[in-house]
Each structure stands twice: as structure tokens, then as C-alpha cells.
Design a protein around this ligand. Structure first.
Ligand code: FAD
Length: 412
């Protein structure tokens, strides 16, 4: 049930003769408030509430839920790789209406969270509303910062430039066009510094493009210019991908961080990363001419989290990696791309985490489920404690000719 905290406060103030103050009155309070209705927020809400018309939660309770999500559209981002690669023809297939994905019993605030006060259990929205929570789940994703690479936004906006990126609904269709229009020459695919959602995606599009060009009997020079030092963090998959690149004749330039795109001149500037290319090359840049450029932008934690007191030094929400519970505030949880859990930022990690969040946040609220847990429902259940997340994440890599590698891994 929705408790109107402010109502009680107003009547108490009436008794003591304190003047009614409309700005502090009637903040609605929910058992669970979810910040962000992306893959993590929407799947948690639906997983927990069972289905849109059920009157009892999956946990056997009847908690009140609110979700804050500004966008009227919900996106299934993994599809953007296939749109850019020409496998799925229409980007609109990745888009749905947010309203259709929110169970009827939940309250949707179509607004942005601008501040969180974990000491007051309060979330502030851009339009001025404040909402209270008993348990908070922060699932605000990664912020994609196209503008941190000079010239990139303009190049992406220019329909005639062969510069594209799958990292946005707006631009992924342009990737397919640019792949199709390419007639040969030098094709560059980039990988940035810092956190990346689905770290395999910058190379998946390269293999799909390679396949498309091969079918047209093109044999371009393909370069993977990466700010980091290897193709994949897990050695087993790194070895397989290095071999694959050798077979396809793909050149890997590590320690090359894209810093500028000059669309008119078809030039890209890379800052060399001394830790990878050698200290003697500190401050050096390399400029290349391109005929095709797939750019992966810089990404980072959402700006609004900075002042909340919930984040670590890297800006991500600080949680215990096994329970996804905040390191300081026991009624705050976070999962998906915006938490500091040391695993790859993917929707498959979200799938591995959401049962843990439901159970752990439910346990905080005294859920039925935590009283009589069905241990078999969880991948890893510690008797007498609850489910734990093992770091599961996976990355499906289409490697050409209808073949793929599913790279699965966990914390170890
Ligand atoms: C090109 C591409 C390919 C990918 N491929 C794969 C793949 O093959 N496999 C895989 O598992 N994963 C893949 N991913 C990653 C996957 O999409 C993400 O890991 C997943 O969406 C993370 O879910 P999330 O809810 O944490 O973040 P998101 O889904 O990004 O959702 C975050 C939500 O928070 C909202 N939000 C932001 N700020 C605020 C605010 N201030 N107030 C309220 N709400 C806010 C946003 O509007 C958004 O709806 C891919 C991603 C991309 C871009």
C-alpha cells in the first residue's frame, strides 16, 4: 500500500499548531522505489511483481512499487549490434513503449531523478516532486558521452560521413548504411578507455561488417584501434579472438584512444596510451585516414549520482558484489550498469543479478520469500543467508558465416 507520509505529518503539525507547509507535505512513500526503467529496472519490476495483473508479488507479498524513468520508450540495446550489422533491418524492433512494460499496480513517475538523500530515504525528481522509499534500487545504467570525442557528434549527425556508432538507437541504423555504402579502403573500429557496456560490442560489429564486405568480394584493410591492451579480458576468449582476427587479416592497434574525428577530411586522431605502447611515447598522437569508422564513445556513471553519497571514487554505486546491497545504507541496492560490481556491464549480468536484488531487498522489507526461501529458484544460495551473485556475465560474439562464440564468465 502507498503510505502518504506527509499526510500524517500534516495532521501532527495541526495538533501542535505548526503551520501547514505545502512544499514538505504529502510526499508519497513506497516500499520499493526503482531508479531507471532500462533492462535492469524493468526486469526487476516485472520479475518481482510477477505479471501486470497479479495482486500478489512473486515474493508472496504485496509491496508498493514505484519506478522513475524519464523515457516514454524502452530499448533493447543488444539488438543495435544486429541492426548496424544489417542482420535486423529495422532499429524500431529494439524499441517498445515504456507504459506497456510497467505492471499496472506499480506507479510510474515519468521524470528524471536529480538527487537522492539516503539519510532521509528520499528521491528528488526534476519536476520538483519528492518520493520516499523503504528500499531503493538504483538501476540508472551507463551514461554515453558522445561529446567527449571532439567532432564525433557532428560526424555522426552528418548523413554523408562514413562515421557511425551502434551505441545509440539514433545512430545504429546509420551503421548499416555505412557498411553497405563502403566500397573498400581503410575501415577502423574503435574501443575507448573507461567502462563500456557490452565490451564485446565494438568488435562484434567488426566481424559482421567483415562478413558483409566479404560477401561483396571486398578485401579492405580492417583495423581495431583499442585504448586498452587486449581483445578480451578473459584469456581463453582473448586467444580465440586473436586467432580469429589473424585469420580475417584484422590489424589490432592497442593503446590507441580515439580523441578526435575530422569528418570533412576523413581523418581520425588517436592519443597513444603510454601504459600500453611504452612510456617513451607519452603525449604522442597518431592520425589516420579512414574510409569507414565505427566509433565506440566514452561512457561513465550517470552524473546525477555524484552528489548522492552512494558512489565510490569511480562514480559507480558502491555495493557488496555478492549481495548487491549498498556498502553503507542497508536499504539501498544497485545492479546493472551503474553499480560498481566488478563484472562486465551486460544485460546478461542483469539477468544474473535480478533474483538476488529481489530477494535481498525483499529480505530487508521482511518478505515472505525470505522467511521460506525456495532455494532451487536461485543459481547460488547460501543456506541461512540468501542468494549470492557469482559475477555471471556473457557476451555473444557473432564471428562470421553464421558462427558465434558465447563468452561466459564470472568473478573468478
Ligand atoms: C550496442 C550495444 C550492444 C550490446 N550488446 C549486448 C549483448 O549482446 N548482451 C548483453 O547482455 N548486453 C549487451 N549490451 C548491454 C546492455 O544493453 C546493458 O548492459 C543493459 O541495458 C544494462 O541495463 P541497465 O538497466 O543497467 O541500463 P539501461 O538499460 O541503459 O537503462 C538505464 C535506464 O536508466 C534511465 N535513467 C538514466 N538516468 C536517469 C535518471 N536521472 N532518473 C531516472 N532514470 C534514469 C535511462 O533512461 C534508462 O532507461 C549492449 C549494449 C549496447 C549499447
Amino acid at each position: 500500500t502507498i503510505m502518504l507520509r506527509g499526510v500524517a505529518r500534516v495532521s501532527a503539525r495541526g495538533i501542535t499548531g505548526v503551520r501547514y507547509n505545502s512544499s514538505t507535505a504529502a510526499n508519497p512513500t513506497y516500499d520499493v522505489v526503482i531508479v531507471g526503467g532500462g533492462s535492469a529496472g524493468i526486469s526487476l519490476l516485472n520479475n518481482w511483481m510477477k505479471h501486470s495483473t497479479a495482486s500478489v508479488d512473486q515474493s508472496g507479498d504485496k509491496f508498493s512499487f514505484a519506478i522513475v524513468e524519464p523515457s516514454s520508450k524502452h530499448y533493447y540495446q543488444p539488438l543495435w549490434t544486429l541492426v548496424g550489422g544489417g542482420v535486423v533491418s529495422n532499429a524500431a524492433d529494439s524499441e517498445g513503449d515504456t507504459k506497456d512494460l510497467i505492471p499496472k499496480r506499480a506507479k510510474w513517475f515519468q521524470d528524471k531523478v536529480v538527487a537522492i538523500d539516503p539519510n532521509k530515504n528520499e528521491v528528488n525528481l526534476e519536476k520538483g516532486e519528492k518520493i520516499g522509499y523503504k528500499a531503493l534500487v538504483v538501476a540508472a545504467g551507463l551514461q554515453v558521452n558522445f561529446d567527449k570525442i571532439k567532432g564525433l557528434p557532428e560526424a555522426l549527425e552528418d548523413p554523408n560521413s562514413p562515421v557511425c556508432s551502434n551505441y545509440s538507437y539514433k545512430y545504429c541504423q546509420k551503421t548499416a548504411t555505412a557498411v553497405q555504402n563502403f566500397t573498400g579502403g581503410d575501415a577502423y573500429f574503435t574501443f575507448p578507455t573507461g567502462p563500456v557496456k557490452c565490451a564485446g560490442a565494438p568488435q562484434k560489429i567488426m566481424y559482421l561488417a567483415h562478413d558483409a564486405w566479404k560477401k561483396k568480394n571486398l578485401s579492405p584493410n580492417i583495423y581495431f584501434n583499442s585504448a586498452i591492451g587486449k581483445m578480451f579480458a578473459v584469456d581463453k576468449y582473448r586467444e580465440a579472438l586473436d586467432k580469429l582476427c589473424d585469420e580475417k587479416g584484422i590489424v589490432r592497434n592497442f593503446g590507441h584512444n580515439l580523441v578526435e574525428v575530422k569528418a570533412d577530411e576523413k581523418k581520425a586522431v588517436f592519443q597513444l596510451v603510454p601504459d600500453i605502447v611504452g612510456k617513451d611515447r607519452e603525449g604522442e598522437t597518431v592520425t589516420v585516414d579512414f574510409d569507414f569508422l565505427h566509433a565506440t564513445p566514452l561512457m561513465g556513471p550517470p552524473d546525477f549520482l555524484k552528489e548522492t553519497g552512494l558512489v565510490d571514487a569511480s562514480g559507480f554505486v558502491s555495493v557488496k558484489k555478492e549481495t548487491l546491497q549498498h556498502t553503507e545504507f542497508p536499504n539501498v541496492f544497485s545492479f546493472g550498469d551503474c553499480s560498481n560490481v566488478p563484472t562486465s556491464k551486460t544485460a546478461s549480468a542483469v539477468a544474473g543479478q535480478l533474483g538476488v536484488v529481489r530477494y535481498r531487498a525483499g529480505k530487508y522489507l521482511g518478505s515472505q520469500e525470505s522467511a521460506t526461501p525456495k532455494t532451487a529458484d536461485f543459481a547460488n544460495f547460501v543456506e541461512g543467508d540468501g542468494p549470492v551473485y557469482d559475477g555471471y556475465s556473457s557476451c555473444p560474439l557473432p564471428v562470421g558465416q553464421s558462427k558465434g562464440i558465447i563468452a561466459e564468465f564470472n568473478f573468478d
